[in-house]
Write a protein that binds this ligand. Sequence first.
Ligand code: 6PG
Length: 471
Amino acid sequence: GAAEIGLIGLGTMGGNLALNIAENGFSIAVFNRTVAKTDSFFASAGPLADKIVPTKTLQDFVASIKKPRAVILMVPAGEAVDAQIAALRPLLDSDDLIIDAGNANYHDTNRRNDDAKASGTRFMGIGVSGGEEGARFGPSIMAGGPTDAWDQVGHILEAISAKHGDVPCAAHLGDSGAGHLVKTVHNGIEYADMQMIAEVYGVMRDGFGMSAAEIGDVFDQWNGGILQSYLIEISAKVAKTADPDSGNPMLDIILDRAGQKGTGRWTAIEALMLGTPASAIEAAVAARTMSARLDERKKGEAVFGAAPAAVDKAAIATSMLEAALVAGKIVCYAQGFGLILEAAKQYGWAMPLPEIAKIWREGCIIRSAMLNDMADALAEDPERNLMLAPFFADKLKDTHDALRKVVAEGALKGLPVPALSSALSYFDIMRTQRSTANMLQGQRDFFGAHGFERTDKDGSGYHGPWAMNAG
Ligand code: 6PG
């Protein structure tokens, strides 16, 4: 075979990735279970068709690829991946590499990697972010798997990735499921970023009574400052777009029930399993879940009435909303990077945190100017809570009061700000030396003799004199 790489699964993401690979000068064999899809893909490839080898059977597909082969799977995450591996593996040589580029749960990737190692074959899981655009013109690529796998295809993944200046947004982050874990956390952060933007949108819409177009202008303005990011940019565009049918703002017509495919939820689950706080991300996942309960919310409003909502513009200005978002964003990334660090320790993965911040600077959904400063802060000390890096500590000193006022005003006026409020609680807990967990320890010892440590003596396993007030 002559093709440098192969790709199975010509859905939107897979097709775009294949075109991206071809455009970067690599010949690519493609296969899709439905042959008609392969035909239409090939027919629409234009001048890139030169680099594309369409195949009709898995046997032809495998025979078209140069050895040692590398095959990218872009099929729906879950059982389809296992089925595809099972069909493909017997046709491959043991040193051929299968690369799962879907949004896999990293536990599945760990398992597939273990299976590959046990059978003396090779497997890699890569997280690919950036949606359809990214796949076609340069995604952010988070790779996990054995080093020799990266050595084989790293140059191709770097070539097709987005670039920050001339730095590729693709990197090998560790063995096994490391890449998919990082992609999962990326999506968790994405959920929190989006939710916090939606929360300040709510303050402007319901608190200030601003129109969608006015809100879009505010987002546009923010996009010229410290919050410069893809998500703020598209939020402005979403807010300023009119419905072609009615002429009304599109945003006012979109039903307020959020979908979710599961990666944000996985982040929250992993945070709980690994014992690392990701409360702002958890709040964002819960907010989507609550949004889906339209009928229940309607009944709730009928019983309790709508919240008072109107916010005095003298109490909080839009600049305060911007500052609150800055503070919330720092907290949510501190939590996300903390989660990745914990997973790295648990699994013994390399997980270079500054590198992760760098490959998120372009191509992916959470790309933003602030990631550049995060890369610098993490390079100084990857183990330190991002909140404590001098650059971000200064930013938080400047903004946490605004976050507090926005959350307080939201609470008073019945405007829900769950992610911002979780971020504030995290900030307040993590800046308090003497917490209230002494009470928890007292309670645990009282009802279960679980023992506690003391502030005035070394050692553990102390008990209180509870017996005297029992009963
Ligand atoms: C990306 C996105 C991408 C996709 C998510 C959306 O990084 O390109 O995160 O993976 O848009 O699956 O997730 P939800 O459907 O859960 O919002």
